[in-house]
Design a protein around this ligand. Structure first.
Ligand code: SF4
Length: 214
């Protein structure tokens, strides 16, 4: 997407307004360390954060290290995470990932993006989440809400999450990537919803080319 100075200015104005509208926007998954966030992020695929947060306390009490997770029999883990959906794939991914962490990284979760995306079952969305939330480094998470809102705001003309991420990263200062994506997610959840966007009370309606049409 062509980045004009006007587009950049509009994007930054939107970012400021969203920050004011959602001062408490944050990742809503509960965790105590990077490994727990990584597991919670895998479980959150096609599942609400609320449901994940109901399942993880017991899991985090039982399994503390990457080696603990890697040693859980697949059938046992499947049963424990069944309510989060897609439990076979998720269990397989968690075991493969934690085995790799235990064998190659001394059980630690690496804190650089390229290494994270090279790990089994870790895509750009999770790697960006880890960067921004677990490691407090630049990371911009493009989930389904951020994608929809970015397209309605015409901050991107792409459909593919990786391309959208690239467009947004070109518009927003690196230091604000994390907070920007959290506010976009909140805005998508609570105002610019998929079915019925609340354009009339939207805090960025003046800067939105889709207002009242979405
Ligand atoms: S004006 Fe409507 S379509 Fe635009 S961001 Fe706000 S809620 Fe979404």
């Amino acid at each position: 997407m062509k980045i004009s100075p006007q587009l950049k200015e509009r994007a930054r104005r939107i970012a400021r307004k969203l920050r004011r509208a959602y001062p408490d926007a944050r990742c809503e998954l509960n965790f105590n360390n990077p490994l727990e966030l990584l597991i919670a992020a895998i479980l959150s695929a096609q599942c609400t954060d609320e449901r994940v947060n109901r399942v993880t306390p017991e899991l985090f009490r039982k399994y503390r290290s990457a080696a603990d997770w890697a040693g859980v029999p697949q059938a046992v883990l499947e049963n424990e995470i069944r309510s989060t959906g897609f439990f076979r794939n998720k269990a397989r991914n968690i075991i493969a990932l934690t085995r790799r962490l235990a064998e190659d990284f001394g059980g630690r979760v690496p804190d650089d993006f390229e290494t994270l995306v090279s790990l089994p079952g870790i895509g750009r969305k999770t790697a960006n989440l880890m960067m921004a939330v677990a490691f407090h480094k630049p990371g911009l998470v493009v989930d389904t809400h951020c994608r929809r809102v970015a397209r309605r705001l015409q901050l991107t003309d792409n459909n593919d999450p990786a391309r959208i991420e690239e467009d947004l990263k070109a518009l927003i200062p690196r230091t604000s990537w994390g907070s920007f994506s959290h506010t976009m997610v909140f805005h998508g959840r609570y105002c610019c919803t998929a079915r019925k966007p609340a354009c009339r009370k939207c805090p960025v309606r003046e800067d939105c080319p889709s207002r009242d049409y979405a």
